[in-house]
Structure formats: C-alpha cells, structure tokens
Ligand binder design. Structure first.
Ligand SMILES: [Zn+2]
Length: 504
C-alpha cells in the first residue's frame, strides 16, 4: 500500500472514499467529500498511483495541475532470483565500498595500495564462510577461489572476474554510501559540495523511476566500478553454494587489483586460473555485453628547457612549461573524448606537470582500429616535434607504451563464449545490448593473453566521478545473470562447442 508505506494512512483512507463512490472514474472532482469521509484504506488497493497522488495533492491544498506528487511504485526485479539475491547483494556492496581501495599510478608493488589487500582479506573470509574452502589472497593481491561444478559438469571450468580497486581520478577515501529508495525521477541533491544528479544532464537516470539507487555523499566516488561487479559475483556464488542442486560448471573466481591503472592483468596467472574462458562484471547499462574494446596506448612527452634566474634570462631562458602548453593547445579539438562517440578514437592529454626546466605531458590514445590508433600516435608525435622545433635549444622525448588491444580479434574465434552470456542475459528476461566499450577492462588484456573474457553489465553508472551511482534492481539483474550463466554452461550444446574447441 503506497501511502501506508509512506506513513500516511489517513490519506489512503481518504482516497478510499473516491474509489468507493466511483471506482471507474475516481479522480479529484469530489475532494471535499473525500477529505471529510474517511473509509478503510483497504478499499484503495486498486487505485493507480496517479489518482492517489492527485487526491493527496487536493487534500493538502495543492492545486490539481496534472502533475503528480512524488509517489512512485517500486520497480519490479527482473526475476524472482534477482529479488532473492538483492538484500545480500546490497549489504555486501555497502560493506565493500566503505573500504578505500583506490589504486595509485606508477606503482612500485602489487597491489599499488594497501586498502586493496584489506578488501581482499574480507572477500576471502566471506568466501570461506560461505563454504568455499580454497579461497585465498595471493602475494600480489589477487583473490582466487573455486566453486566445484555440479555432477557431470565439473570438467568445464569457467571464470568470473571483477576488480577490487577504484579509480585514482576522483576522491576515494571515506566513501559513505547513501541508498535512495524508490527514486522519484527528479534531481537527486547529494549532501556534499552541491553535487546534483540531474536526469536532464544524465540520460542514464531517465526511466529509473522506482529503482533503489545508491550514491556517495558527493565528496567521493561511489566505487560501483567495480565493487558492484565484486558484490554481484559474491552474491551469485553464495547463492549457488547454498543451492547445490542448481546446475553449474566449475566456477573459478578471481578478484584483481589495480585494473584502473591498467595493471589488473599484469600478474594474472592464466595457467593457475585454469578456466577456458571468463567473464568480467565491469560494464554499466542493464543488458550490456561487450566483446570489443579500444586498442590503447599511453604517451609520455618530456620537454627539457633551460632554466635561469628570470632577472638574468634575456636571450637564455628556454621555458619547457610554455612549450608543453603549446603542444597541448596545438592538438586537434575534434579528436578529444568529449567531442567523439561510438566508434571514434581520440587523443586525451590528461596531465601536464612541469617547471621552466622540465615539463611532462601524459596522454592516452584510443581507437577501435589499430591503424587509426597508429595515426593518432603519429599525429601526436608530429605536433610535439613541430612545436619543440621552434626552439632549437629545447629537447623532446616521447615514450609510447602499449596498454591493451581491442579484444574483438581474440573473441571472434570463440563465438560461443559471448553467445553463452547473451543466452544468460536473455534467460534473465533482458534484451542483450552488444556494444563496444569505449575503454578497456581486464578482459582486453586477458583475451590477448589467451583467456577469452567478454564483459557483462553491473548496473553502475557515471564511473570515475563523485556523481557515480548504481541501481540495486540492475545490480540484482547482473547477479541473477551470473546464476543463469552457470546454467547455460551446463547445456549440452554449449558444452559441446567448448569441448570440441578444447580438443581441437
Ligand atoms: Zn572498472
């Protein structure tokens, strides 16, 4: 009962009068009568949210403008499995996001920060508590665990992967998650720093009326990237472990450190993992399935100038910082992340540091096509060389480091891997959205290293920002998709495709 839930039983009773008088056309023509003759609230059980809202508005003296008061029915879960998983999933998610696992660039050890080990230890304890006795945290910060397959399906090993670290691009310490039950479709004002989640500027929020949303307080990121994925795998595996009758192959679970700084796959031991393929839960929108990512490089440009006391600098000073700024300014404006979409690549200078003596530009370059990525690298190189050539005494060094390749070329040869995920998403009653990732995941490099690993949605949004949010209903759908995926991998035709490949 809507009003009961909101602690307004009198209002519910008032609405009852209208419905009893004219259930077909109950509306606000008789607000006076409604307000004076309360009837039992049970009568309103068939009332629409629109009618309830308008009557309540009338009784409270608000003109009936046709706008409804913010009364929103709860959104239904995608399946009974999703609904069953949701409470445990939310509890885990709120617990995990409170641990500061932000990774740090230019790491000197794995993981780059100790908070990732803290979460790793918690996950191991929870896995063991749930009956997964082999769960362990290795010396590099990787959590590994095995859920044995059901009878006859043990020989097939499928991996589930999520990353424990959060992005260094937004504050990650002291995350205090807020749960907004039954989102009303309007602007969400977060308590800190005037941060607003506005559907006018955030299209992903539209249509989420009735969802239970989780946000930060506005002063930190939330960490749904990728603790939504971690919590979804944990909740799904706990559910499978509690229900041994549910069909599943042997599931190998790995939680990786330092994905956000591009190192998640670096010390991933594929042989020890032992799976024939894996899935990362590190996507976003409901139903997303990604088997294509950017190809990616990082470029570090170092400009060396000549520094001298500015009072004595006439004709002698060579200002590296000014030269670096001119390089950044000379890059084409149409080739930025903010000006490109879909399958277009970009050059993104994201850090400029320096003094008159030496300045460093760090940039990432991305494209789905390797040849076009090479063109972006050449363009960056030529631009920097042209600018620095104007000052013969300055020196320029360009270091280009490969980060990952488009995973498509590796996944195309094992089409049944993504097809199994599609079948699982459909089994959860969701239409799969197959789109390229404008980024990379652990799966980009793992696929290249020989472990085909497409990416599945998590229900988290606005990653790497203080506006990050997640929908509980979508997270539960992702966890339920994992349970479905386990079943899909026990289907004879899916097993046969995988086994013939393994034997080939
Ligand atoms: Zn992520």
């Amino acid at each position: 009962m809507l009003f009961r839930d909101r602690g307004k039983p009198d209002a519910a009773a008032l609405v009852g009068v209208l419905l009893a008088a004219d259930p077909e056309h109950a509306d606000v023509q008789q607000p006076d009568r409604a307000c004076q003759n309360p009837l039992p609230a049970e009568l309103v059980s068939g009332a629409s949210a629109r009618i309830l809202a308008r009557v309540l508005a009338m009784c409270m003296g608000i003109p009936a403008t046709g706008h409804t008061a913010p009364i929103v029915p709860a959104t239904r879960y995608t399946s009974p499995i999703a609904e069953t998983l949701a409470p445990d999933l939310l509890e885990r998610f709120l617990r995990y996001v409170r641990i500061d696992t932000q990774s740090r660039r230019d790491r000197t050890s794995s993981p780059s920060t100790p908070g990732q080990l803290e979460l790793g230890r918690l996950l191991v304890a929870e896995l063991r508590g749930g009956g997964i006795g082999d769960a362990q945290l290795d010396e590099n910060g990787y959590v590994l665990a095995t859920l044995p397959g059901s009878e006859g399906a043990e020989d097939l090993v499928i991996g589930l992967i999520a990353h424990v670290d959060t992005s260094p691009d937004a504050p990650g310490h002291g995350v205090e998650p807020l749960v907004h039950r039954r989102y009303d479709g309007g602007v969400i004002e977060l308590p800190h720093e005037g941060v607003r989640l506005d559907p006018a500027t955030m299209p992903e929020l539209r249509g989420k009326d009735g969802h239970d949303l989780v946000t930060s307080r506005g002063d930190t990121l939330l960490g749904a990237d990728d603790k939504a994925g971690v919590a979804e795998i944990m909740a799904a595996v706990a559910h499978l472990s509690r229900n041994p009758d549910l069909p599943r192959p042997t599931l190998r679970i790995c939680f990786t450190p330092d994905e956000e700084i591009g190192e998640g796959a670096t010390l991933f031991d594929i042989e020890r993992f032992g799976a024939m393929c894996a899935y990362t839960l590190d996507g976003s929108d409901l139903g997303e399935l990604q088997d294509e990512s950017f190809s990616a490089v990082e470029a570090i440009l170092t400009v060396e100038g000549i520094d001298i006391h500015p009072g004595l600098a006439t004709g002698k000073l060579v200002n590296a910082l000014r030269l670096a700024a001119r390089i950044v300014a000379a890059l084409p404006e149409g080739l930025t992340p903010e000006a490109t979409a879909d399958r277009e690549g970009f050059i993104h200078p994201y850090e400029l540091q320096g003094t008159a003596r030496r300045a460093t530009i760090r940039a990432i370059l991305r494209d789905f096509d390797d040849d076009r990525l090479e063109q972006h690298i050449s363009l960056l190189r030529a631009t920097a060389e042209d600018v620095v050539a104007t000052e013969p005494r300055a020196r320029l060094r360009i270091d280009v480091r490969e980060q990952y390749h488009n995973m498509r070329r590796y996944l195309d040869s094992v089409p049944y891997v993504a097809a199994a995920a599609e079948a699982a998403i459909r089994a959860e009653g969701i239409e799969p959205l197959r789109r390229p990732i404008r980024g990379g995941t652990d799966g980009s490099r793992l696929s290249e290293m020989g472990l085909p690993t497409p990416n599945i949605f998590t229900g988290g949004h606005e990653y790497h920002s203080v506006r990050e949010w997640a929908s509980l209903q979508e997270m539960a759908a992702a966890a339920a998709t994992v349970v479905r995926l386990a079943e899909v991998w026990t289907r004879p035709e899916v097993r046969a495709a995988a086994m013939s490949e393994a034997g080939a």
